[in-house]
Structure formats: C-alpha cells, structure tokens
Design a protein around this ligand. Structure first.
Ligand code: ATP
Ligand code: MG
Length: 297
C-alpha cells in the first residue's frame, strides 16, 4: 500500500481515545476499507525514521489474534504533525463498545463468549511474546471484534520511540495496570495477564470493577493505591462456573511471581474447554448490533 492523505477517503469517525482519533477510511487505489488511527507527535525527522523502523515489526507480527497492520505514514497540517497507523477495520467494534451496547439491551455477556475472549487474548499475547513484545495496554477498548466474529488484539507497545514522541502529557496512567506496574517495576508478560483478568470482570458485569460498587468516589492516586492494597475483585460465582472464577482469580494474583504466564494459562481448564467448544461468534456479534442495520459500531 502507498498510504498517504492523498490516497485516502475518510468515511467516518469510529472513536477517540486519550492520544488519538480513529476513522474508518477507504484506501482509494484498491478500494480497501481500513481503520486509521491518528496521533499527534513531536516534529522530529530522526525520530520519525526510527518510529517507522520499529513499526516494521508489526508487518511480521501477523496472527489471527492480532489486528492486521497495513502501514503508517506521517501527515502534517496546521495543528502540527501526526502519525497515521492504518490497520484492519473491525466491524464488530471494541469489547468496550460491545458490552456497553449489551448493557443498553439490559443483558450481560455470558461465560461462553468470555471464554473465547480469554482464549483469543492469551493466543495473541503468546504470539506477541514470541517476538519479545509485551502488549502493555490490554483492556476492553483494545480488544476488537471483526465482522466474522474473530477476536483480536490491537494497540500494543511495539514502538518505544513512538510512545516517547506522542505529543500528549498524560500517557501511561491506566487503571488496568498491574500492581507491580503502579509501583514502578518493570513490565513482564504477567502484567498483561492482570489486565486480562480485570477486562473479563468488567465485560461480565458491564462496569470497571474498581472501586467496588457502593464504594465512595476516589481520586486517581487513591484509586491506584486502592488497587495495590485492597482485596482483588472476583467473578460473580452465582453467574460463572468454578473454572471461570478460578481462571480470573489466577489472573489477579497481586504478586507477579504467583501470576501465571499466557502460555501456562492456555492449559487452564476454563481455556481448554473454550478451545474445544464451537460457538458462533459471527451470529453473536450480529445479534449484539442488530442485523440488518446500518447503525454498525
Ligand atoms: P485509550 O486511548 O485510552 O487507549 P481507546 O483504546 O478507546 O482508549 P483508541 O485506541 O484511539 O482509544 O480507539 C478509539 C476507539 O476507536 C476504540 O474504542 C474503538 O471503539 C475504535 N477502534 C479503534 N481501532 C479500531 C479498528 N481497527 N476497527 C474498528 N474500530 C476501532
Ligand atoms: Mg485503543
């Protein structure tokens, strides 16, 4: 692909995050639909070359559990410089948009789907790890669902140079961070597993688990302190099987030494069962958004 503003037709905005804006676009020369994430970066040509070098790894990182990467380019306008990252458009939206939609329908995401989510995330993390990449930002908005019902990871930390050149003051504070990360320790694969545990609880109960329901509001610092010191949340044992509850409680071991790696968790009964079970996620995601409908996420 020869990606550039001139070759792209912007179709509509898909969403906005803390550092970027994502649009559905068409790559005109091939009439290919993609998603493009724009992030403001500091204007420094040396950095830009380094970022492009690091992003090349994404081309090799292909897997059924990772959102496809098509390429990136730098773009300049009156507001400064941005990097545009072009990736596979995922029609089913993010798990965050999915559970918010499900909540509006007065429903909950069930155990069968959650197990498939956990299976896909673990496979994605194992794949990334084989390239020595740690995701660093596992959360519902970074787990996407395709129109075919595939579940894929996006927005992982492949380029340290890119993280350093994002022109935003508040990058890096996330409530999905494992306790050891909040305390400033180095990242390990296990840190992503903590975030997976929180993600599963959030999606299952249609809200982020900290602070627990009924607890008074907390400031950012108080919430991070709370995550370090207070008891970890659990899956509701009335709604979920013992294997499912056990899986999540292992993800949420506070000490990273006690927390299993993605590879080890692939052998957990909850995951083994999910891997052997047939589930039509395409029909599921169509039901979530309502088909036929032009109000796709
Ligand atoms: P944060 O910036 O805090 O990490 P975020 O993940 O929501 O939050 P972005 O990564 O900028 O922020 O994404 C914004 C939204 O765009 C996502 O929540 C998701 O709904 C949508 N989105 C992102 N990538 C795609 C994609 N490839 N296909 C379809 N929708 C996407
Ligand atoms: Mg994101």
């Amino acid at each position: 692909y020869q990606l550039s503003d001139a070759n792209i037709l912007v179709m509509r905005k898909l969403g906005e995050g803390s550092v970027g804006t994502v649009h559905k676009i068409e790559y005109r020369p091939k009439r290919k639909i993609m998603a493009r994430k724009l992030m403001a970066v500091y204007p420094d040509a040396t950095n830009h070359r380094q970022i492009m070098r690091e992003l090349k790894l994404l081309k090799q990182c292909q897997s059924p559990y990772i959102v496809k990467y098509y390429g990136a380019y730098f773009s300049a306008d009156d507001d400064g410089q941005s990097i545009a990252i072009c990736m596979e458009y995922c029609e089913g939206g993010s798990l965050e948009s999915v559970y918010k939609r499900v909540a509006k329908l007065n429903a909950h995401v069930g155990e069968g789907v959650l197990a498939k989510v956990a299976l896909a995330v673990l496979n994605g993390l194992v794949h990334l790890h084989s390239y020595r990449v740690i995701h660093r930002d596992v959360k519902p908005s970074n787990i996407l669902v395709t129109g075919r019902g595939e579940i894929k990871l996006c927005d992982f930390g492949v380029s340290g140079e890119l993280v350093d050149s994002i022109a935003q003051t508040f990058v890096g504070t996330s409530y999905y961070m494992a306790p050891e990360r909040i305390q400033g320790d180095r990242y390990a694969v296990q840190s992503d597993i903590w975030s997976l545990g929180l993600t599963l609880i959030e999606v299952s109960q249609n809200q982020f688990p900290f602070p627990p329901p009924g607890h008074p509001q907390l400031s950012v610092i108080e919430l991070l302190e709370y995550i370090i010191h207070m008891p970890v949340p659990q899956m509701d044992p009335k709604r979920f099987s013992p294997e499912c509850c056990d899986f999540v409680s292992r993800c949420l071991c506070k000490d990273p030494k006690d927390r299993p790696t993605p590879t080890a968790l692939l052998d957990h009964p909850f995951i083994v069962k999910a891997a052997s079970k047939k589930l039509d996620l395409k029909s599921w995601i169509e039901r979530v958004w309502g088909v036929p409908s032009n109000k796709k996420p």
